[in-house]
Design a binder for this molecule. Structure first.
Ligand code: P1T
Length: 381
């Protein structure tokens, strides 16, 4: 019997401690391990290379994404950077045109210095992707839903193209989580997460993970994890592991609350346009329905009245907190152009649609009536 998602979230990678019976994975707060004789040890020699608390998290997330191997990192960005370190100078990346500002900054402002080029492409138009593939293209990178515009990209259709051209395909599954979407089952080679968000779920850790089923890719990533060394500490691994135990129930509530908030915003006279993959009005609602079993907790909307109205509104909310990040139990709200996507130049932001009237919500698991009342009061002014 293969346990189902909710069961794996709680048990995968977590065995009672053999020495004590402790049901919770201990925090192995140690940098090194005593060896019996040089090179003779119990599988652990140094904590940058391996740590039992980290190993439990890595097995757990691999199980949730239905992949063979998991690797944990000190942040979502260091996980993303490790994937790009699979490439060589002179290689080419195709990335979706709407991504987290930090991912854009890594591709555009860091990797270019190592002569890795990147083109940003609207992958909702899958048929146009092939035209951007060059002889030196080695990686296709996408988020779905994207940050912050929540574009939904047909993962299976992209995988069809990357497989044909023998190009690695990585999906940042942070917004959907494996509870709602499993990119490896749709043909992606690599899945990554900022565990800072839904997987940890309590806004008290910065972390990242990668999952793959490709043995060669895993071995190269494992080498990079140790060689570059952006590993998470055991306590952070413990916290993410603990957070994941409630992922299923949290995601259900995030989704239930978000659709109600999205419908409220969609019908509000001060709102120009609401974007949520679960709304019938979302341009890729059909793609989202096909590849996701729920639509997550992030909503974006354009407020009437431009930057001034956006600023007033953001200063007035009380239950929502004005802060970067998302995916915690508490509701957050932010202004992508000034906050999370400030590293994207204004011209590019405006071309993709990250305008000054755009607001992003991370709908938490509070009582939804309180959330709607808060947004309503702040919109009324
Ligand atoms: O912050 P860090 O754990 O390094 O993760 C980076 C990251 C990667 N991918 C996606 C889709 C993300 O949203 C993020 C981080 N995002 C925010 C901080 C934010 O508010 O959008």
């Amino acid at each position: 019997m293969k346990p189902k998602f909710e069961t794996r979230a709680i048990h995968a990678g977590c065995e009672p401690d053999p020495g004590t019976g402790a049901i919770m994975t201990p925090i192995f707060q140690t940098s090194t391990y005593v060896q019996e004789s040089p090179g003779k040890h119990k599988g652990y020699d140094y904590s940058r290379t391996r740590n039992p608390t980290r190993a439990a998290l890595e097995q757990n997330i691999a199980s949730l994404e239905e992949g063979r191997y998991g690797l944990a990192f000190s942040s979502g960005m260091s996980a993303a950077a490790a994937i790009t370190q699979l490439l060589d100078s002179g290689d080419h990346i195709v990335c979706c045109d709407d991504v987290y500002g930090g991912t854009f900054r890594l591709f555009e402002n860091v990797l270019k210095r190592y002569h890795l080029e990147c083109d940003f492409v609207d992958m909702t138009q899958v048929q146009s992707l092939e035209a951007h593939i060059k002889n030196n293209t080695r990686l296709v990178w996408l988020e779905s839903p994207t940050n912050p515009l929540l574009k939904c990209i047909d993962i299976e259709a992209v995988a069809h193209i990357t497989r044909k051209h023998h190009i690695l395909m990585a999906v940042d599954n942070t917004f959907a989580t494996p509870f709602f979407q499993k990119p490896l089952n749709l043909g992606a080679d690599i899945v990554m997460h900022s565990t800072t968000k839904y997987l940890n779920g309590h806004s008290d850790v910065i972390g990242g993970v990668i999952v793959t089923s490709d043995q060669d890719v895993n071995e190269r990533l494992l080498f990079l994890q140790n060689a570059v060394g952006a590993v998470p500490g055991p306590f952070d691994c413990f916290l993410v592991l603990r957070g994941i135990k409630t992922l299923a129930v949290r995601m259900e509530r995030h989704g239930e609350n978000a659709i109600k908030v999205a419908r409220f915003l969609e019908n509000h006279p001060k709102v120009k346009r609401t974007i949520y993959p679960g709304l019938e009005s979302h341009p890729e609602h059909a793609v989202a329905k096909k590849q996701m079993s729920g639509f997550g907790g992030v909503i974006t909307f354009f407020i009437k009245g431009g930057l001034e109205a956006a600023r007033d509104f953001l200063e007035r909310v009380k239950v929502f907190s004005l802060a970067e990040s998302l995916g915690g139990v508490e509701s957050l709200i932010e202004h992508p152009a000034i906050m999370t996507h400030a590293s994207v130049p204004k011209k590019i932001r405006e071309k993709t649609g990250i305008t000054d009237d755009l607001i992003r919500l991370s709908v938490g698991i509070e009582n939804v009536e309180d959330l709607i009342e808060d947004l309503g009061n702040a919109l009324e002014g």
